[in-house]
Ligand binder design. Structure first.
Ligand code: CP
Ligand code: NVA
Length: 303
């Protein structure tokens, strides 16, 4: 049996496919009525499993699926037999008999992999502790709508080397931009993810110094200091405090640099209110673009 068109991680897709998805997302945003068929996913159902909370992912997938003519079912493990020990493999087999695609937000990357291995319908990664590829599709789209092609541009990350940082690393290799990450050594992204990106030509620089990462950058990005599933211990805040994106750090980037954050944000922690609510911030466009990027992903998975 041929493998369904899963959207699991950027590194698992051909760069040309990812490029096409961004172009489709930009076209859908410019003219939502540009599709030949106004309801290309009519009769199709997406099941969404959330092991962790969500605002953007949940609402943007639901609205996106409906605007393409399809339907959604939102599932919480507490209401499913997974919560009582049914395996993810059996869940994958059963859901595949009812729905046309499955999106999952889960803790372990292994859970996503097991779901994808045993599902006979496309599986979409709605965030794991290891990655957040749908977010990165929206982020690349957002950069390009504000600043043009991302190829050869410089993106700086300051903060925790978390799941979103890992997907930025994979995006740098796929879209051929330079990524500079400033992270405390104890919270650096896994070396294996950086090495894999570098092996396929990714230009990744890892430093402890946020000023060095941000100097002359076209875009500055950060994310929460405490991701879902992390212990909110004091030491995370202490080691991450020097990585806060404030006005002083932003001033070291290019004068027209943009600021991005996947949200939810914590003003006064990873970013100051002056930056996230200031003129360089594009976070609301970034949140909106989840919708357009995921419509492109849904169309590709279910084509
Ligand atoms: N950025 C993002 O994935 O937000 P949610 O957790 O609200 O889905
Ligand atoms: N790194 C954050 C992203 C939330 C969208 C988390 O995993 O909680």
């Amino acid at each position: 049996m041929t493998r369904p068109r899963h959207f699991l991680d950027l590194a698992e897709n051909e760069p040309a496919v990812l490029r096409r998805l961004i172009d489709t997302a930009l076209a859908l945003k410019a003219d939502p009525a540009s599709l030949d068929d106004p309801a290309p996913l009519a009769g199709r159902t997406l099941a969404m499993i959330f092991e962790k909370p969500s605002t953007r992912t949940r609402v943007s997938f639901e609205v996106g699926m409906r605007s393409l003519g399809g339907d959604v079912i939102v599932l919480s493990p507490n209401d499913m037999q997974i919560g009582r020990g049914e395996t993810i493999e059996d869940t994958a087999r059963v859901l595949s008999r009812y729905v046309d695609a499955i999106m999952i937000r889960t803790f372990e990357a292994d859970t996503l992999a097991a779901l994808a291995e045993h599902a006979t319908v496309p599986v979409i990664n709605g965030l794991t502790g290891r990655s957040h590829p749908c977010q990165l599709m929206a982020d690349v789209m957002t950069f390009e709508e504000h600043r043009g092609p991302i190829e050869d541009r410089v993106i700086a990350w300051s903060g925790d080397g978390n799941n979103v940082a890992c997907s930025w690393i994979e995006a740098a290799a796929a879209f051929n931009f330079e990524l500079r990450l400033a992270c405390p050594p104890v919270l650096a992204p896994p070396a294996a993810i950086i090495e894999r990106a570098e092996r396929i030509g990714g230009r990744i620089a890892l430093t402890e110094d946020p000023c060095e990462a941000v100097r002359g950058a076209d875009c500055v990005v950060t994310d929460t200091w405490v991701s879902m599933g992390d212990d909110a211990e004091d030491h995370r805040h202490n080691v991450l405090a020097p990585y806060q994106v404030d006005e002083r750090l932003m001033s070291r980037a290019k004068p027209d640099a943009i600021f991005m954050h996947c949200l939810p944000a914590h003003r006064g922690e990873e970013v100051t209110a002056g930056v996230i609510d200031g003129p360089q911030s594009v976070v609301w466009d970034e949140a909106e673009n989840r919708l357009h990027a995921q419509k492109a992903i849904l169309l590709w998975c279910l084509e």
